[in-house]
Write a protein that binds this ligand. Structure first.
Ligand code: GAP
Length: 442
């Protein structure tokens, strides 16, 4: 059973209307499933990355950050197996000439075209480019399809510079590029996307326990930090024979999207496959020296990996609620759309709304907004009826609206409206900072 009530069309339209996500290059007719994050989408993504970073890196003693290059020496992709194996099977219709990933041929093609499909050919998903002015085979380079490569080739330098002992991890968040044959489902599968992942370097003995530890941390991340409905997650143990050849255990964490149960992110035990491939290909000694025994060996790796754009997609799906609510002015009932983001994810934390545009109100409201901006992303809005302005803030998930009215001029108090309960409280201006600090620390 799918637990999300919002359909993708409604979500895509809200994202465009309110400035979360726009179709890429739209004024030129778009570009095959590319998307641009608008003002609110950018803020939401920043908040997701900050939460990920805090939980998986900052709060731990065994994790160090990295920001490696997108374009690497092509030998690295040869060693990792990407040049040979990072492929999808591609088939072309002899009639309509559309190309499909063989495992994703839409059922509509059979009905609408019915053309015969060519035999599948392997298609490499890495984007090619050229380094320098000559475009020949010696100058070919690739945009990285995953951030992991950067962590492996820098393993020795990072370990020596930080003097970390096993087990420890190297983490990074960054853009990746895959020339997907059939991108789709909004930002679920695109050709340019961000990954947050880490390589956790360990001794081979005891990898099972470390894998379990990370599964536990991942569960905590979804439950406590992202606060999602855990019934929407499916923990998919990848059976023998279906895993990558180097992996001894892989779990895909799937999600019940409106378009079906599909991958959200994963965790894999990759043995010492990557370090040993890079050591063999580069000729560099990438072994770790145990400081206690002096033993030299190649660490093994557990790799939790997260698609940031997929996290963002499910943050929107989880936050979306439609409900009947009384109108602000007349007390009648109307449909209210509200994004119930956890506070730390909300793109705008506070909206400041003077009841009217009159100078005596707007000057007070602008001062309040300016003060709060030192700590929070604040929106100031003085146009349209207060009811419409509340609805707009609900629809972008702003936890608190502060209204300045004529009484404020007499009692120095403002009205604070709670997004989720719609309850309103009078709070003295002098107490505002403390009030919000308490609310946001909950
Ligand atoms: N280093 C391991 C690795 O890159 P992956 O499963 O190929 O693993 C990591 O990719 C994550 O990136 C996926 O779990 C998914 O969340 C996200 N992802 C993969 N392809 C994507 C695409 N075309 N568009 C958006 N996100 C994608």
């Amino acid at each position: 059973m799918l637990l999300n009530m919002v359909d993708m069309d409604t979500l895509v339209s809200l994202c465009k209307r309110r400035g979360f996500i726009f179709p890429g290059s739209e004024i030129y007719g778009g570009l095959a499933n590319s998307w641009d994050y608008g003002p609110l989408g950018h803020l939401l993504k920043q908040n997701i990355k900050a939460a990920w970073w805090k939980f998986f890196v900052q709060e731990r003693d065994d994790m160090v950050p990295l920001d490696s290059a997108i374009i690497m020496n092509p030998k690295a992709w040869e060693a990792s197996g990407h040049l040979e194996n990072f492929t999808d099977p591609l088939s072309e219709c002899k009639k309509c000439h559309q190309r499909f990933r063989v495992d994703m041929i839409p059922s509509s093609h059979e009905k609408e075209c019915g053309g015969e499909l060519t035999n599948a050919k392997n298609f490499n998903l890495m984007f090619k480019t050229f380094i320098g002015p000559t475009e020949d085979s010696s100058s070919i380079a690739y945009l990285r399809p995953e951030t992991a490569g950067g962590m492996f080739v820098n393993f020795k330098s990072v370990q020596q510079a930080t003097r970390k002992r096993l087990p420890f991890g190297i983490a990074q968040i960054g853009k990746n590029f895959r020339n997907e044959i059939t991108p789709g489902n909004f930002i679920f599968r695109t050709r340019e996307f961000e990954i947050g992942e880490f390589e956790y370097f360990i001794k081979q003995d005891g990898w099972e326990l470390i894998f379990e530890m990370w599964l536990g941390q991942i569960e905590k991340w979804w439950k406590d930090v992202m606060q999602i409905n855990m019934d929407n997650l499916v923990w998919h143990e990848i059976p023998d024979g279906e895993r990558a050849h180097y992996s001894k255990r892989t779990v895909d964490i799937e999600y019940r999207y409106p378009f079906g149960v599909k991958e959200l992110h994963g965790i894999a035990y990759r043995t010492d496959f990557d370090l040993s491939s890079h050591m063999n290909a580069s000729g560099e000694d990438l072994r770790y020296t145990d400081p206690e025994t002096g033993e030299k060996f190649l660490p093994h790796v557990v790799e939790p990996t997260f698609g940031i754009d997929r996290i963002l997609l499910i943050s929107l799906l989880e936050a979306y609620h439609e409900e009947e609510a009384p109108t602000a002015d007349k007390g009648e009932s109307e449909k209210r759309v509200v994004l119930r983001f956890p506070h730390h994810l909300a793109p705008i934390k506070v909206a400041v709304l003077p009841l009217s545009k009159k100078e005596e109100l707007s000057s007070v409201a602008k001062k309040i907004a300016a003060d709060l901006r030192k700590q929070y992303m604040v929106e100031y809005d003085e146009t349209q009826s207060i009811g419409k302005r509340y609805r707009r803030q609900d629809e972008i998930g702003t936890p608190y609206c502060i209204t300045v009215d004529f009484e404020t001029l007499e009692d120095n108090a403002v009205t604070i409206r709670n997004r989720d309960t719609m309850k309103q409280e009078r709070v003295f201006q002098n107490d505002l900072t403390l009030y919000l600090k308490e609310k946001f620390s909950l």
